[in-house]
Every structure is written in structure tokens, then in C-alpha cells.
Ligand binder design. Structure first.
Ligand code: FMN
Length: 331
């Protein structure tokens, strides 16, 4: 049987299937089931910058209320600092104690700030790597794309400097020059990029004429954008490329690896099909590799990436070719 071993930012994984940050990791029983089903690793749901700030602000306003009492208050309430976000850390410690598989802690943040100390605290709670999700919709017309990218770089650098763990950055697909952004987050200290983050897109309810928050699962079609970018970036960077969004079965994992991914992350397909679906996906991947005669993942990783396949397949020539054929076709 083929070996599914891979590495994820230097960490040995028994296979490339990683459970993405999501609420499944909110229950220890689920995390155990993920391990039993054979996943390579799991990303624990995010700790949000706002969660940490909220606590830090609360603590500061309480401690500064009566100037003189500051030192006393600190000694009275040494454990008060970050108590809400502390719960998250306690949760991570509990998860760590429950399973052997590699665990990734997730920080969801936009600006560099004091919250980065949580990178160190997550490291101390026993996770093997960190993931940084940095997306926020910028609506201030005075903020230029370059400002947003600089903020991203600074945030990555602050997190990478504050802990000794490998750091993956979960990127939005909306950057104008993806290869440049990937290069810069690597220079700032990242070891991997997760392509891509997926966002809740609010709808409008025509009856109430109010915005409607609708939670929708990703569809297989959404996998094509990360697949394309992984293929385009493969061979142009040595940062780990991690596929995410729309991956639903073992064949999808095989495609991501063919494009050049080191690993993939999945969430929606587990909500749809149950946690046991992990073992089905792994059996499908393994069956595909056996049918193709691949002994291990290295035998085919990146085979359809930019450097090894026809380099125009994923770029403009593909589009031009398609349009020319449409023009020639008789309708
Ligand atoms: C219920 C739910 C909760 C999620 N929570 C987080 C989170 O805490 N942090 C994060 O970075 N992404 C979160 N995500 C996004 C997923 O990690 C993933 O990027 C997204 O669902 C796309 O993958 P999929 O197509 O396999 O679902 C969440 C997704 C779902 C469905």
C-alpha cells in the first residue's frame, strides 16, 4: 500500500489531510474522533484578536480606575490577566492531552499588537505549529492596498518573532499580486501559506429588507481557485503550500498534491458527511495512488504544477485558447 507520509512546515504527518480550523474542534470527543479516523493533523478553532483585546482592555480599565491600587490589584488578581482568552488556552491544553496527532493553534488577527504574546502562550500549551488568519474587509478609502500588505507583513513578523513554532498564514484570495504577497510573508517569517481562507458572504432578505447572515458550505467548484494558485506558485517558492476550500474527497486531495500542495485542509465535507469521512477520503487517495503505481506522495507532488506541466495551462494562454475555440465553434 502506498505511503501517505508528508511534511507540514517541517512537521512529519502520516498523511496530508489536516482538519481546518472550525467548530468541530470545540469538543474533545470530536478531536478524538478526528484522530481515530486517521487525520494527519488538526487546526484548533481560532483565538480572535478581538477576544484578547477585549480582555486586555477590561483588565486595564479595572486596574487604572484607582491609580494607587494598581500594584495591589496586580498582586490580588495575578491570574485575571487575559482570563477569557485564557479559557481558550486551557481548551488547547485539554485538546493536547487528549490526542497524539500534531495540533495547530490558530490566531485570527488583523493588526500587530499586544495580543501577539498569545502566540507564545499557545506554543506553551503544546501545539506543534501556529496558523495566522489575518483577513478583515478594508472599507476606509484612505487605506491603500500597499498599507494592507504592509500590515500583513508586520503582523506575520510579530507573530513569528514571538514564538519558536512554524507559522502558516491563511491568506485571502483577493491580493492583486499573490506571488509577491507569498514571498513577503515568507520573508517576514512564515513557513507555510494556506490557500485560501473562505468568508461568510452576508445576503439580503428581500422580505425584511435586512442583511441576512447565511452560513453556506463550500462547493467543489470553489476548489479550483486554490488549485490553480498552488499550481502557479509551485516551484516559484519553497514555502509550504496548503490547499483549502472546497476539498471534499480523496480525488480532490490527489489533485491538490498534483498541483504542488504539501497538505490540504478540510472542514465543510466533515460537517456534510461526518468525521468518519476522513478515513473514506484517505482510502480514496490511497486507492488512486495504488492505481497509478505511486509508492509515496513525493512521486507525484507538483507533477501538474507550473514548473513541471505545460506552463501555459494555468495562465493566460489557457484563456486565449478557450476563447479562440469558442469563436471557431459553430453554434
Ligand atoms: C463552522 C466553521 C467554523 C470555522 N471557524 C474558523 C476559525 O475559527 N478560524 C479560521 O481560520 N477558519 C474557520 N473556518 C474556515 C475553515 O477553516 C475553512 O477555511 C473553510 O471552511 C473552507 O474550507 P472547506 O471548504 O473545507 O469548508 C470555519 C469554517 C466553518 C465551516
Amino acid at each position: 500500500m502506498a505511503s501517505l507520509n508528508t511534511t507540514y512546515m517541517g512537521i512529519e504527518l502520516k498523511n496530508p489531510l489536516v482538519v481546518a480550523a472550525c467548530s468541530l474542534s470545540g469538543k474533545v470527543d470530536n478531536i478524538r474522533q478526528v484522530e481515530e479516523a486517521g487525520a494527519g493533523a488538526l487546526v484548533i478553532k481560532s483565538l480572535f484578536e478581538e477576544q484578547i483585546r477585549h480582555e486586555q482592555d477590561d483588565l486595564e480599565s479595572m486596574l487604572t480606575r484607582g491609580g494607587e491600587s494598581f500594584a495591589e490589584a496586580i498582586s490580588y488578581f495575578p491570574s485575571l490577566e487575559h482570563s477569557g482568552a485564557r479559557e481558550h488556552l486551557m481548551w488547547v491544553e485539554k485538546a493536547r492531552a487528549a490526542v497524539q496527532m500534531p495540533l495547530v493553534g490558530s490566531l485570527n488577527a488583523v493588526n500587530p499588537g499586544r495580543w501577539v504574546e498569545y502566540a507564545k502562550l499557545l506554543e506553551e500549551s503544546g501545539v506543534n505549529a501556529l496558523e495566522l488568519n489575518t483577513y478583515a474587509l478594508e472599507t476606509d478609502k484612505h487605506v491603500a492596498a500597499a498599507d494592507i500588505e504592509k500590515r500583513l507583513e508586520d503582523t506575520v513578523a510579530a507573530v513569528a518573532a514571538s514564538c519558536g513554532l512554524p507559522v502558516a498564514v491563511k491568506l485571502s484570495p483577493y491580493y492583486t499580486s499573490m506571488a509577491n504577497v507569498v514571498d513577503r510573508v515568507q520573508a517576514a517569517g512564515a513557513h507555510g501559506v494556506v490557500l485560501f481562507n473562505r468568508f461568510l458572504q452576508p445576503d439580503i432578505d428581500p422580505d425584511t429588507e435586512q442583511p441576512r447572515k447565511a452560513m453556506t458550505w463550500s462547493t467543489p467548484y470553489e476548489m479550483l481557485l486554490p488549485l490553480r494558485w498552488i499550481a502557479l506558485l509551485h516551484g516559484k517558492t519553497n514555502i509550504d503550500l496548503i490547499g483549502n476550500t472546497g476539498i471534499a474527497n480523496g480525488t480532490d486531495i490527489a489533485k491538490m498534491l498534483l498541483a504542488g500542495a504539501s497538505a490540504v485542509q478540510v472542514a465543510a465535507t466533515l460537517y456534510r458527511n461526518g468525521i468518519r469521512h476522513i478515513s473514506t477520503m484517505l482510502a480514496e487517495l490511497s486507492g488512486w495512488m495504488d492505481a497509478k503505481g505511486y509508492q509515496d506522495v513525493a512521486a507525484f507532488r507538483g507533477k501538474c504544477g507550473q514548473n513541471t506541466a505545460d506552463q501555459f495551462i494555468f495562465e493566460r494562454a489557457q484563456y486565449v485558447d478557450f476563447l479562440m475555440k469558442q469563436k471557431e465553434a459553430k453554434f
